[in-house]
Ligand binder design. Structure first.
Ligand code: DGY
Length: 321
């Protein structure tokens, strides 16, 4: 019987699905497996279901290639896996696109509203017992209507975010490696901008980019200096797209007005400066964290593993022979 290892407990759907025909093992601990664990055990299974914190690099793949046929990453992003080397090792890699698009775009939108309308600050104020009377100038925020939102990355999640912004009366510009076809731009109500234009013109920037060598530290002190004074930044893509040290400096100096983050440069560590500032809203990487999305992702990784172990091509293959 083929052996499958799931590196962190996921919703049951996919586990039950796999248990019908495979010998399924789930990491019993509520913490990530160490690199040493992978080096020691990586070659003992036919399939892995991995999380975005699992370091599947060359060395690990060299161990895995003895037996592993498929790695199904429980995420749409797969920067934790050296996919080019996985292909060379003959290992198929899959991800979980589409099913988490709306959930992640919702979190980006929630962060934008929270930071612009100071929702978390207000909640804290009430809980601390500070709410003693209605005041004309208490916790004044910025409205989204009429503001220009710059959407960085126009994949599925960026487009879903754009649809939400449109309902709130925002002007939308976007930057993407490849501009969208004109009809799609018109349907979404978005206008293409060069990266430098987007930086200079946006009242709020929302990042929907994968982590690649080109996107790492796209936002540094230099970038923040070019942003509109009083702009906001939202990141639900990958943390290292922003240099956190520089972000903290930009927030402290008032170059930008606030930040809403779901992802961090050194996740799960969060820069101390971000924790101390009142104008940041910080979430623990829950972009895809809806019941619907996470259950569907579970079934999706289960199906991907089964497909490969049955000799079929899985639906969401990102690498492999
Ligand atoms: C992903 O799937 O890549 C997300 O970051 C998880 O929320």
């Amino acid at each position: 019987m083929d052996k499958v290892y799931i590196t962190f407990k996921i919703p049951n759907k996919g586990i039950e699905y796999l248990k019908k025909e495979f010998d399924v093992h789930v990491n019993p601990q509520q913490k990530p497996l160490s690199r040493e664990w992978f080096l020691e055990n990586g070659g003992e299974y036919d399939a892995f279901i991995t999380m975005l914190h699992d370091p599947v690099d060359r060395e690990v793949l060299d161990v895995m290639k003895k037996r592993v046929k498929v790695i199904a990453n429980y995420a749409v992003g797969f920067n934790n896996i050296d996919i080019e080397y996985a292909s060379r090792c003959g290992i198929t890699v899959t991800n979980t696109p589409d099913v988490l698009t709306n959930a992640t775009a919702e979190i980006a939108f929630a962060l934008m509203l929270s930071v612009m309308r100071r929702i978390v600050e207000g909640d804290r104020y009430v809980r601390e017992g500070a709410f003693d009377m209605w005041k004309p100038e208490l916790l004044l925020g910025e409205e989204t209507a009429g503001k220009t939102v710059g959407i960085l990355g126009m994949g599925r999640i960026g487009r879903s975010f754009a649809r939400k912004c449109r309902c709130f009366g925002m002007n939308m510009i976007y930057h993407n490696r490849h501009p969208l076809p004109k009809e799609e731009e018109v349907a979404l109500g978005v206008r293409y901008a060069e990266f430098s234009q987007l930086i200079e013109q946006s009242d709020v920037i929302s990042i929907h980019l994968p982590l690649t060598p080109e996107t790492r530290h796209l936002f540094t002190w230099e970038t923040f200096q070019k942003m509109k004074r009083g702009a906001f930044i939202i990141n639900t893509g990958r943390g290292p797209v922003i240099c956190e040290e520089d972000l903290v400096k930009a927030l402290k100096k008032g170059l930008i007005k606030g930040a809403g983050l779901d992802v961090y440069e050194y996740e799960p560590e969060v820069h101390k400066g971000l924790l101390e500032l009142p104008n940041t809203v910080l979430l623990p990487h829950i972009g895809s964290g809806s019941v619907k999305a996470r259950e569907t992702m579970s079934l999706m990784v289960g199906e991907a593993v089964a497909d490969v172990l049955h000799g079929k091509t899985p639906r969401h293959k990102v690498a492999g022979p």
